[in-house]
Design a binder for this molecule. Sequence first.
Ligand code: GLY
Length: 269
Amino acid sequence: MQNFQRAILTHGGACSDPRDSDGPQAAARLGLDLMADGKPALDAVVQAVKYLEDDPRFNAGTGSQIRSDDRTIQMDSSCMTGSGAFGAVAAVEGVQNPIVIAQGVLLHSPHILIAGEGARLFARTQNIPLKKPSGRGEIKTRPKKQSPSCDTVGAVAFDGTGFAAALSSGGLKHAAIGRIGDVPLPGCGLFCGPAGAVACTGDGEFIALKILAKEVYSWLEGKMSPGEAAQRAITLFDDSVDIGLIVLTKNEFAAQARSTMAWADLTVI
Ligand code: GLY
Protein backbone atom coordinates (compact mmCIF):
# COMPACT_ATOMS: atom_id res chain seq x y z
CA MET A 1 0.00 0.00 0.00
CA GLN A 2 1.33 3.44 -0.97
CA ASN A 3 2.16 5.87 1.83
CA PHE A 4 0.40 9.22 2.09
CA GLN A 5 2.46 12.28 1.24
CA ARG A 6 0.22 14.14 3.65
CA ALA A 7 -2.95 13.25 5.51
CA ILE A 8 -5.22 14.80 8.12
CA LEU A 9 -8.40 13.70 9.90
CA THR A 10 -10.53 15.97 12.06
CA HIS A 11 -13.63 15.43 14.18
CA GLY A 12 -16.25 17.61 15.85
CA GLY A 13 -16.69 15.29 18.81
CA ALA A 14 -18.71 12.28 19.89
CA CYS A 15 -22.43 13.00 19.33
CA SER A 16 -21.74 15.94 17.02
CA ASP A 17 -24.12 16.20 14.07
CA PRO A 18 -22.73 14.82 10.77
CA ARG A 19 -24.61 17.67 9.05
CA ASP A 20 -21.99 19.92 10.70
CA SER A 21 -19.13 18.12 8.91
CA ASP A 22 -18.38 21.33 7.00
CA GLY A 23 -16.58 22.48 10.20
CA PRO A 24 -14.17 19.52 10.40
CA GLN A 25 -13.83 19.69 6.60
CA ALA A 26 -12.69 23.32 6.67
CA ALA A 27 -10.40 22.56 9.62
CA ALA A 28 -8.84 19.66 7.71
CA ARG A 29 -8.35 21.84 4.62
CA LEU A 30 -6.55 24.43 6.74
CA GLY A 31 -4.25 21.77 8.19
CA LEU A 32 -3.55 20.09 4.86
CA ASP A 33 -2.71 23.44 3.23
CA LEU A 34 -0.26 24.22 6.04
CA MET A 35 1.51 20.90 5.46
CA ALA A 36 1.56 21.55 1.70
CA ASP A 37 3.40 24.79 2.58
CA GLY A 38 6.00 22.74 4.44
CA LYS A 39 4.68 23.15 7.99
CA PRO A 40 4.93 20.14 10.29
CA ALA A 41 2.01 17.92 11.28
CA LEU A 42 1.97 19.59 14.72
CA ASP A 43 1.11 22.98 13.19
CA ALA A 44 -1.55 21.32 11.03
CA VAL A 45 -3.39 19.67 13.94
CA VAL A 46 -3.08 22.72 16.20
CA GLN A 47 -4.49 25.10 13.58
CA ALA A 48 -7.24 22.62 12.65
CA VAL A 49 -8.29 22.31 16.30
CA LYS A 50 -8.05 26.08 16.76
CA TYR A 51 -10.45 26.46 13.84
CA LEU A 52 -12.91 24.08 15.54
CA GLU A 53 -12.49 25.93 18.88
CA ASP A 54 -13.76 29.04 17.09
CA ASP A 55 -16.87 27.23 15.79
CA PRO A 56 -19.64 27.44 18.43
CA ARG A 57 -21.33 24.28 17.15
CA PHE A 58 -18.62 22.19 18.81
CA ASN A 59 -17.74 21.63 22.47
CA ALA A 60 -14.36 23.36 22.64
CA GLY A 61 -13.21 26.96 22.92
CA THR A 62 -16.13 29.18 21.93
CA GLY A 63 -18.66 26.33 22.15
CA SER A 64 -17.51 24.91 25.49
CA GLN A 65 -19.91 23.31 27.93
CA ILE A 66 -20.86 24.91 31.21
CA ARG A 67 -20.05 23.48 34.61
CA SER A 68 -22.27 22.52 37.51
CA ASP A 69 -22.92 26.14 38.49
CA ASP A 70 -24.62 26.66 35.08
CA ARG A 71 -22.18 29.37 34.02
CA THR A 72 -18.47 28.60 34.51
CA ILE A 73 -16.43 27.36 31.55
CA GLN A 74 -13.18 25.45 32.04
CA MET A 75 -11.36 23.88 29.12
CA ASP A 76 -8.77 21.13 28.57
CA SER A 77 -6.52 20.82 25.53
CA SER A 78 -3.47 18.84 24.44
CA CYS A 79 -1.16 18.08 21.55
CA MET A 80 1.54 15.51 20.86
CA THR A 81 4.08 14.67 18.19
CA GLY A 82 5.10 11.23 16.99
CA SER A 83 8.56 11.84 18.44
CA GLY A 84 7.04 11.95 21.92
CA ALA A 85 6.73 15.67 22.70
CA PHE A 86 3.56 16.48 24.66
CA GLY A 87 1.92 19.68 25.89
CA ALA A 88 -1.41 20.29 27.61
CA VAL A 89 -3.50 22.69 29.62
CA ALA A 90 -6.31 21.77 32.02
CA ALA A 91 -9.30 23.57 33.54
CA VAL A 92 -8.22 26.83 31.95
CA GLU A 93 -10.71 29.73 31.98
CA GLY A 94 -11.07 32.92 30.00
CA VAL A 95 -9.14 31.77 26.96
CA GLN A 96 -10.26 31.76 23.33
CA ASN A 97 -7.90 29.03 22.10
CA PRO A 98 -6.58 26.60 24.72
CA ILE A 99 -4.86 24.54 21.99
CA VAL A 100 -2.47 27.40 21.25
CA ILE A 101 -1.38 27.43 24.90
CA ALA A 102 -1.03 23.62 24.87
CA GLN A 103 1.27 23.95 21.85
CA GLY A 104 3.22 26.60 23.77
CA VAL A 105 3.63 24.15 26.66
CA LEU A 106 4.89 21.50 24.23
CA LEU A 107 7.35 23.83 22.49
CA HIS A 108 8.49 26.23 25.20
CA SER A 109 8.01 24.69 28.63
CA PRO A 110 9.90 22.01 30.60
CA HIS A 111 6.47 20.78 31.77
CA ILE A 112 3.86 18.68 29.99
CA LEU A 113 0.69 19.98 31.69
CA ILE A 114 -0.19 23.34 33.20
CA ALA A 115 -3.57 23.84 34.89
CA GLY A 116 -5.94 26.66 35.73
CA GLU A 117 -4.61 30.16 36.33
CA GLY A 118 -1.10 28.84 35.73
CA ALA A 119 -1.98 28.20 32.08
CA ARG A 120 -3.09 31.81 31.66
CA LEU A 121 0.08 33.05 33.34
CA PHE A 122 2.16 30.84 31.07
CA ALA A 123 0.32 32.17 27.99
CA ARG A 124 1.14 35.71 29.05
CA THR A 125 4.85 34.90 29.43
CA GLN A 126 4.77 33.52 25.87
CA ASN A 127 2.78 36.45 24.47
CA ILE A 128 -0.01 34.05 23.48
CA PRO A 129 -3.23 36.11 23.20
CA LEU A 130 -5.93 35.05 25.67
CA LYS A 131 -8.68 36.35 23.42
CA LYS A 132 -9.13 37.39 19.84
CA PRO A 133 -8.16 40.96 18.93
CA SER A 134 -11.60 41.22 17.28
CA GLY A 135 -12.85 41.88 20.81
CA ARG A 136 -15.12 38.86 21.18
CA GLY A 137 -15.23 38.60 24.98
CA GLU A 138 -13.08 36.21 26.98
CA ILE A 139 -14.80 32.86 27.31
CA LYS A 140 -15.45 32.44 30.96
CA THR A 141 -19.19 32.17 31.52
CA ARG A 142 -22.25 31.79 29.32
CA PRO A 143 -26.00 31.27 29.68
CA LYS A 144 -26.69 27.55 29.77
CA LYS A 145 -28.96 27.28 26.73
CA GLN A 146 -26.06 28.05 24.39
CA SER A 147 -23.95 24.96 25.15
CA PRO A 148 -23.77 22.23 22.50
CA SER A 149 -24.26 18.65 23.67
CA CYS A 150 -21.35 17.03 21.83
CA ASP A 151 -17.82 16.31 23.07
CA THR A 152 -14.14 17.15 22.49
CA VAL A 153 -12.86 18.11 19.01
CA GLY A 154 -9.67 16.61 17.60
CA ALA A 155 -7.26 16.17 14.72
CA VAL A 156 -4.53 13.72 13.67
CA ALA A 157 -2.08 14.35 10.83
CA PHE A 158 0.86 12.88 8.95
CA ASP A 159 3.19 15.29 7.12
CA GLY A 160 5.11 12.65 5.14
CA THR A 161 7.67 12.29 7.90
CA GLY A 162 5.92 12.20 11.24
CA PHE A 163 2.58 12.24 13.05
CA ALA A 164 0.86 14.66 15.39
CA ALA A 165 -2.44 14.76 17.26
CA ALA A 166 -4.39 17.49 19.04
CA LEU A 167 -7.54 17.75 21.14
CA SER A 168 -9.60 20.48 22.76
CA SER A 169 -12.56 20.10 25.07
CA GLY A 170 -15.11 22.17 26.92
CA GLY A 171 -15.60 19.15 29.19
CA LEU A 172 -18.75 17.31 30.17
CA LYS A 173 -21.94 19.26 30.71
CA HIS A 174 -22.49 20.15 34.38
CA ALA A 175 -19.25 18.52 35.51
CA ALA A 176 -17.81 19.72 38.81
CA ILE A 177 -15.75 22.88 38.72
CA GLY A 178 -12.13 21.74 38.60
CA ARG A 179 -12.98 18.40 36.99
CA ILE A 180 -10.34 17.40 34.41
CA GLY A 181 -11.07 14.83 31.70
CA ASP A 182 -9.02 12.53 29.51
CA VAL A 183 -7.86 15.23 27.09
CA PRO A 184 -4.76 16.56 28.90
CA LEU A 185 -3.66 13.16 30.26
CA PRO A 186 -0.91 11.59 28.10
CA GLY A 187 -2.05 8.41 26.36
CA CYS A 188 -5.69 8.85 27.39
CA GLY A 189 -7.37 11.24 24.93
CA LEU A 190 -4.58 11.17 22.37
CA PHE A 191 -1.35 9.42 21.53
CA CYS A 192 1.00 9.22 18.59
CA GLY A 193 4.32 7.70 17.67
CA PRO A 194 6.12 6.35 14.61
CA ALA A 195 3.28 3.90 13.88
CA GLY A 196 0.46 6.44 13.74
CA ALA A 197 -1.81 8.83 15.63
CA VAL A 198 -5.00 8.39 17.64
CA ALA A 199 -7.43 11.04 18.95
CA CYS A 200 -10.44 10.08 21.09
CA THR A 201 -13.65 11.83 22.08
CA GLY A 202 -16.40 10.95 24.52
CA ASP A 203 -16.87 10.31 28.23
CA GLY A 204 -13.49 11.26 29.62
CA GLU A 205 -13.54 9.24 32.82
CA PHE A 206 -14.07 6.02 30.85
CA ILE A 207 -11.47 6.95 28.22
CA ALA A 208 -8.89 7.84 30.89
CA LEU A 209 -9.35 4.66 32.90
CA LYS A 210 -8.61 2.56 29.80
CA ILE A 211 -5.69 4.82 28.71
CA LEU A 212 -7.52 4.40 25.44
CA ALA A 213 -5.36 6.26 22.92
CA LYS A 214 -2.18 4.47 24.01
CA GLU A 215 -4.02 1.15 23.93
CA VAL A 216 -5.25 1.74 20.37
CA TYR A 217 -1.77 2.92 19.35
CA SER A 218 -0.29 -0.34 20.64
CA TRP A 219 -2.67 -2.21 18.31
CA LEU A 220 -1.33 -0.15 15.39
CA GLU A 221 2.20 -1.10 16.42
CA GLY A 222 1.01 -4.71 16.27
CA LYS A 223 -0.03 -4.06 12.64
CA MET A 224 -3.77 -3.95 13.24
CA SER A 225 -5.46 -1.76 10.62
CA PRO A 226 -6.92 1.60 11.72
CA GLY A 227 -10.41 0.39 10.83
CA GLU A 228 -10.14 -2.72 12.97
CA ALA A 229 -8.49 -0.79 15.82
CA ALA A 230 -11.19 1.89 15.84
CA GLN A 231 -13.97 -0.70 15.83
CA ARG A 232 -12.34 -2.70 18.59
CA ALA A 233 -11.92 0.44 20.71
CA ILE A 234 -15.69 1.04 20.69
CA THR A 235 -16.33 -2.50 21.91
CA LEU A 236 -14.28 -1.86 25.07
CA PHE A 237 -17.12 0.26 26.46
CA ASP A 238 -20.72 -0.31 27.53
CA ASP A 239 -23.41 0.91 25.16
CA SER A 240 -24.17 3.79 27.51
CA VAL A 241 -20.71 5.35 27.04
CA ASP A 242 -20.34 8.07 24.41
CA ILE A 243 -17.16 7.30 22.51
CA GLY A 244 -15.54 8.09 19.17
CA LEU A 245 -12.06 8.20 17.72
CA ILE A 246 -9.99 8.93 14.63
CA VAL A 247 -6.96 6.80 13.76
CA LEU A 248 -4.26 7.43 11.16
CA THR A 249 -1.26 5.45 9.94
CA LYS A 250 1.12 6.19 7.05
CA ASN A 251 -1.27 4.65 4.54
CA GLU A 252 -4.69 4.11 6.13
CA PHE A 253 -7.18 5.87 8.36
CA ALA A 254 -10.47 5.31 10.16
CA ALA A 255 -13.11 7.24 12.07
CA GLN A 256 -15.61 5.49 14.31
CA ALA A 257 -18.19 6.55 16.89
CA ARG A 258 -20.78 4.84 19.06
CA SER A 259 -23.46 7.26 17.85
CA THR A 260 -22.92 10.25 15.55
CA MET A 261 -19.75 12.22 14.84
CA ALA A 262 -19.00 14.98 12.33
CA TRP A 263 -15.60 14.27 10.86
CA ALA A 264 -13.49 14.78 7.73
CA ASP A 265 -10.40 13.38 6.05
CA LEU A 266 -8.06 14.83 3.44
CA THR A 267 -5.19 12.82 2.02
CA VAL A 268 -2.56 13.28 -0.67
CA ILE A 269 -0.91 10.16 -2.07
N1 GLY B 1 -13.55 13.79 26.48
C1 GLY B 1 -13.59 15.02 27.11
C2 GLY B 1 -13.93 15.00 28.51
O1 GLY B 1 -14.48 14.05 29.01
O2 GLY B 1 -13.61 15.95 29.20
